[in-house]
Design a protein around this ligand. Structure first.
Ligand code: PGA
Length: 264
C-alpha cells in the first residue's frame, strides 16, 4: 500500500460553509474507499505511533480493516502503541456472541495485528447496568483522549446515525444507552440467526464525545447511504439527522463511493 492519502480518481464537491465545510472525497468504487480510509489510518499512525483511535464496525469498514491487517503483516504499520475505542456495541449482548462488536473487532482487526490487548476498549454489552457502563466508558475516553482520529460509518435509510446515535440525539450527548431505530434493527438483523431475538438497544459514544476527536473521517458506500449522506451534508444541522452534527467539527472528511454520493 502506498503512503499517499488520495488517488487521482476522486471527485470533490463544494458544500456550503455552514458552519464548517467538510472535505468530501468521492471515489468510483467501494474498493477505493477501503484503500483511502486505510491510508488515512496508516498516515495517522506514522505521524503519531501512540495515536488514540475511535473505530467503527459494520459492513462498510471491513475492507479498510483488511488493508490494515495486510499492512501490519507487511511491516508497514505498527499498532503496538495504539489505543482504540469502539464507537459502539449492542446492548444487551454477550461479548462472545458472533454478532457482537467485541467479536467483530477481534475477528476483523485485533486478532491479526500487534495491538496491545490492554489498549483495546469496547463497551461491555453484558454489563449489569448500561448507564454505569456508559459513564465508565466515557470516563476512559476522557482519561486517554483526546481521540486523534475517529473513523465513522453512517446509518441506513434515513436514520443518519453515527455510532448508534439515532434520530433525536442531542449534540451535547455523551456515551450512553440508546434504543435502536427500527431501520437499524432491520438492517442489522442479517447478522443474527433467524430464530434469534436481536438486541433492541446499544451503548454508543455520544455526539459530543465523537466531536471531541481531533480528526474525523466518515465512510459510506452504496445507494442505501445516499439519502443520509445528502441529508447530512446539505440539510439543516439537527437531531433528526445526527450525522449533520459533523458540520460543527472543523476537520471532517467524508470518504464516499459514487453510489453513496449520488445525490450530492
Ligand atoms: P454498515 O453500518 O457499515 O453495516 O452500513 C454503518 C452504521 O450503521 O453506522
Amino acid at each position: 500500500m502506498s503512503t499517499t492519502t488520495h488517488t487521482e480518481s476522486y471527485r470533490q464537491v463544494e458544500i456550503p460553509p455552514i458552519p464548517y465545510t467538510p472535505e468530501v472525497l468521492i471515489f468510483p468504487t467501494p474498493q477505493e474507499v477501503d484503500l483511502c480510509s486505510a491510508q488515512v489510518v496508516q498516515e495517522q499512525l506514522m505521524a503519531k505511533p501512540d495515536s488514540v483511535l475511535t473505530l467503527p464496525t459494520g459492513g462498510t469498514p471491513v475492507g479498510m480493516y483488511r488493508h490494515l491487517v495486510e499492512s501490519c503483516r507487511a511491516g508497514t504499520i505498527d499498532f503496538s502503541q495504539v489505543r482504540a475505542f469502539n464507537l459502539d456495541e449492542y446492548y444487551p449482548i454477550d461479548p462472545n456472541h458472533q454478532a457482537s462488536y467485541a467479536r467483530f473487532m477481534r475477528d476483523n482487526l485485533y486478532a491479526h495485528v500487534n495491538m496491545n490487548s490492554d489498549r483495546i476498549y469496547v463497551p461491555n454489552g453484558a454489563a449489569p447496568d448500561p448507564d454505569i457502563e456508559a459513564a465508565e466508558y466515557e470516563a476512559l475516553i476522557k482519561q486517554y483522549g483526546p481521540v486523534d482520529l475517529a473513523v465513522l460509518g453512517i446509518g441506513p435509510g434515513n436514520t443518519c446515525h453515527i455510532g448508534f446515535n439515532e434520530r433525536g440525539s442531542d449534540v451535547n450527548s455523551r456515551s450512553r444507552y440508546m434504543a435502536l431505530d427500527q431501520q437499524t434493527q432491520q438492517a442489522n438483523s442479517i447478522y443474527f440467526a433467524e430464530n434469534e431475538v436481536m438486541p433492541t438497544g446499544s451503548l454508543t459514544q455520544g455526539i459530543a464525545t465523537i466531536l471531541e476527536a481531533t480528526r474525523i473521517i466518515l465512510l459510506a458506500k452504496g445507494a442505501g447511504k445516499a439519502w443520509g449522506i445528502q441529508r447530512a451534508l446539505r440539510g439543516d444541522i439537527g437531531s433528526d439527522a445526527p450525522a449533520s452534527y459533523l458540520r460543527y467539527h472543523p476537520n471532517v472528511t467524508f470518504i464516499l463511493d459514487h453510489q453513496a454520493a449520488q445525490y450530492l
